[in-house]
Design a protein around this ligand. Structure first.
Ligand SMILES: [Zn+2]
Ligand SMILES: [Zn+2]
Length: 209
């Protein structure tokens, strides 16, 4: 059975998720945004083998602990190629926003692309390229759920005024791609509480009908 654990990490309260198949004991980590110790301890406690660490996008608050988590768990760190330039700027922007000591940020071990699938035991999840918040933002879709990073939140959508943001792309990613998912799909956003596609379709003021 597929299970989700959420832990709030880092200076901007990013949701880090562990998505795993409890029968097979395999999973992935999504958005190691900080507090690598917490994420690693949770994975060890669940006794899950992690194949991949996914960055939904390369803003520093989603990748700050990527190196620590990848190295501790021995997994591959994957992002979409269109955010590679942001990943290179992540340490610098973290220093600017939060100051102090910033950990070294991992280089990616490979890239995600639209439509690629990742296997988790008997299950698999699919990557949707959902640009707008950043050029390389992705959402991860499984059977009954979607991880949306900073693309879709409960009651709002992600900012498009940061470097690389694009309001037209955001509208298309949300209205065409995410809103084509069934109403009962649970949405796990990059910040804040979970919601569902149906609730957002009906009540999110940023979604055009
Ligand atoms: Zn972001
Ligand atoms: Zn964020």
């Amino acid at each position: 059975m597929m299970r989700v654990e959420r832990v709030v990490v880092g200076p901007l309260s990013c949701n880090a998720y562990i998505l795993y198949d409890s029968d097979e004991g395999v999973g992935i980590v999504i958005d190691a945004g900080g507090d690598g110790d917490k994420i690693v301890a949770l994975v060890k406690g669940l006794d899950v083998r992690i194949g991949y660490l996914i960055g939904t996008h390369a803003h520093f608050d989603h990748v700050l602990a990527a190196k620590q988590v990848r190295d501790a768990l021995g997994c591959e760190f994957l992002i979409h190629k269109d955010d590679a330039w942001l990943l290179e700027l992540a340490a610098e922007s973290a220093r600017k926003y939060i100051g102090g000591d910033v950990p070294e940020i991992a280089d990616p071990d490979g890239y995600l692309y639209d439509g690629c699938t990742l296997k988790l035991g008997k299950h698999s999840v699919k990557v949707l390229h959902t640009p707008g918040h950043t050029p390389g933002s992705v959402s991860i879709v499984g059977d009954g759920f979607v991880f949306t990073g900073d693309t879709l939140f409960a009651g709002t959508v992600g900012r498009t005024d940061l470097p690389g943001g694009n309001a037209m792309q955001m509208a298309e990613s949300v209205s065409k791609k995410l809103m084509s998912l069934p109403d009962d799909y649970v949405v796990y956003p990059g910040h804040g509480r979970p919601t569902t596609i149906g609730v957002e379709r009906r009540s999110n003021p940023f979604i055009k009908h």
